[in-house]
Design a protein around this ligand. Structure first.
Ligand code: 2HA
Ligand code: ZN
Length: 269
């Protein structure tokens, strides 16, 4: 069977980016077993031939009504699939879906009937809000970075912007490349409506959201940028933990040094 990627060169490039990032997640130790999820709005990367492609299995319900993404196409990691497998075979461990005109159902159109992630409703809720608000963001990433999750097990770090300030102060690049910082969602059951709604609320102020004792959810224009935002936060967390393991509290950059960075690089306050 011919893969949709052979017919759609722009889509092929986007899916290759996802596979590249899935490999990084595995190498980082952030993606044990089936841990983590990726969904990408690929509508701008498919041509009109995709509209003629029939569903390859029964139409499924999203469980929500999401009118802004009617007719949109998404690449979704498959439920129960491993990032390390997706890195080498993205179309066997994920699929392309098309949202039906009612905004409430979707069809899998390629390549195989791989059922999307169990977190699909929450990911699509976020994508729907991007289209509604005119945001250029098209990628959502959920992953399990060890260092950041460890820090979320300490209640004082979970107060608003405490972790953001600490992580920004570890190395100048973190504020430059994660300029909105890290939002916090208190522990919720994985896959729950509460988690999805709390995440959506935090995303109005942040690009990366910590799910207490679980992982992070990051958004950006593409999957490489979403990964990079998590990667710079994780680098800062490692600097903090390394200093602590050497027996001292790191001084961190001063408020003046952070302010100087903010002004020099025109970062948001
Ligand atoms: O789908 O990480 O939290 C795998 C997960 C869910
Ligand atoms: Zn998870």
């Amino acid at each position: 069977m011919q893969s949709i990627l052979e017919l759609q060169p722009n889509l092929r490039q986007k899916v290759a980016q996802v596979a590249q990032v899935a490999g990084y997640l595995w190498q980082k130790g952030w993606a044990e077993r089936n841990g983590g999820n990726i969904t990408i709005n690929v509508t701008e990367y498919v041509n009109e031939d995709a509209d003629k492609m029939p569903a390859i299995c029964e139409t499924q319900s999203i469980g929500l009504i999401l009118p802004a993404i009617r007719g949109h196409y998404f690449y979704c990691k498959g439920t129960g699939k491993r990032m390390r497998d997706l890195a080498v075979a993205p179309m066997e461990n994920g699929s392309i879906i098309r949202i039906c005109n009612d905004g409430a159902h979707y069809d899998i159109i390629a390549d195989h009937p791989v059922q999307p992630t169990s977190e699909l409703p929450s990911h699509l809720l976020v994508h729907n809000s991007f289209i509604e608000s005119g945001s250029p963001y098209r990628a959502t990433l959920h992953t399990h970075p060890i260092d950041l999750i460890a820090m979320s097990h300490h209640a004082p770090f979970l107060k608003k912007d405490i972790l953001t300030q600490l992580l920004w102060s570890m190395i100048p690049e973190t504020k430059a490349f994660c300029p909105k910082g890290l939002g916090i969602v208190p522990y919720c059951l994985p896959g729950s409506k509460e988690l999805a709604e709390a995440t959506l609320r935090e995303l109005s102020d942040y690009d990366v959201v910590m799910w207490e004792k679980h992982g992070v959810f990051a958004v950006d224009t593409d999957i490489i940028n979403a990964f990079d935002q998590v990667d710079v936060l994780s680098k800062s967390a490692q600097i903090y933990l390394t200093a602590r393991s050497m027996g001292f509290h790191p001084d961190g950059m001063s408020q003046e040094q952070l302010q100087e960075m903010t002004t020099a690089f025109h970062l948001p306050k």
